[in-house]
Design a binder for this molecule. Structure first.
Ligand SMILES: C[S@@+](CC[C@H](N)C(=O)[O-])C[C@H]1O[C@@H](n2cnc3c(N)ncnc32)[C@H](O)[C@@H]1O
Length: 284
């Protein structure tokens, strides 16, 4: 028997991302997830999670054709949030700078090379002609780790408007719960739903703007077991695009309201975050 035929059938790469998340594995019917296409990361910094993503999407695996990876960042750290939007101290201007674009060569070496960079603030770099200029292909996976509402909105809007997202594309958010799990206002008076700020607000707005039907495929955006609700430490959330361009839309967030309230009050990481992080309005 040849070497190729002995290889076990691989599960979708996303299965590996999901294994570590609450609720465990990826939802059962994975047929609708794209198995080929490019990978896009918005928010690279020093490339820590980009390296993991590249490992997981293992370019040379059987049945999953080689994928181009695109990394988008200023490489000089965070820009400012839109004035009036809630933000937190670790997202202040200049944070996460790896030392400027000259750091790209070492980041590329650290993540194994082969990444194409788009360097600069998304306000300047994400123009309508970029896709054609750089030969970008539709996305199998889009990683949103740029934290701010304004950056996440710009990135998602550009991906959809450029036709790079389609049915089967998965979008993962690193910071879906950060602001909800931080203190807000003097009496913490306002409700704290992920769709009110940051990456979650961008997700909700793009859902409506492009008539997208999303489905939560793993992470705290679906019903969770009582144990995961309390103990789970990762709040990365993943949604697949099931339809788009229609009159109806669905953000895909399927966690029941009572679980949402429980998550805010009882999740260990959320409680820790709440003790030490405080949101304030960006001044711009
Ligand atoms: C939390 S860090 C990314 C962390 C990284 N994924 C890791 O695993 O270490 C957020 C990054 O988003 C980038 N970013 C945020 N908004 C941006 C924008 N509008 N344009 C370009 N880069 C942006 C920042 O420069 C920063 O490097």
């Amino acid at each position: 028997m040849g070497k190729m035929s002995q290889a076990p059938r691989r599960v979708h790469a996303l299965g590996s991302l999901c294994e570590a998340l609450p609720g465990g594995a990826l939802v059962d019917d994975v047929g609708h997830l794209l198995r080929s296409g490019d990978v896009y990361q918005f928010g690279v910094a020093r490339g820590r999670s980009l390296g993991q993503i590249i490992d997981i999407f293992d370019f040379h695996s059987e049945g999953e054709p080689t994928t181009q990876v695109w990394g988008f960042d200023t490489f000089t750290g965070m820009p400012e949030e839109t004035p009036g939007e809630p933000t937190i101290a670790i997202w202040s201007k200049g944070h996460f700078s790896p030392g400027g674009p000259q750091a790209n060569a070492s980041i590329a070496r650290a993540v194994g090379g082969g990444v194409e960079w788009v360097i600069g603030d998304y306000e300047q770099t994400l123009v309508p002609t970029l896709r054609a200029q750089r030969g970008m292909q539709p996305a199998r996976y889009v990683d949103i780790d740029c934290d701010l509402y304004r950056s996440s909105h710009r990135a998602l809007h550009w991906m959809f408007a450029s036709g790079l997202v389609g049915v089967g594309t998965v979008i993962g958010y690193d910071d879906f719960w950060d602001l909800s799990c931080s203190k807000r206002g003097p009496n913490n008076a306002s409700a704290r739903h992920p769709f009110q700020s940051g990456e979650g607000k961008a997700h909700a707005e793009v859902t409506k703007r492009f008539g997208v039907t999303f489905r939560c495929v793993c992470g705290p955006c679906q019903p969770m077991s009582p144990e995961a609700l309390v103990h789970h430490e990762s709040w990365r959330t993943y949604f697949v695009v099931e339809a788009m361009g229609g009159p109806l839309s669905d953000h895909g967030f399927a966690m029941p309201a009572w679980q949402h309230a429980h998550f805010l009050q009882q999740n260990a990481r959320c409680k820790r975050t709440f003790r030490s992080w405080h949101t304030y309005s960006a001044r711009g």
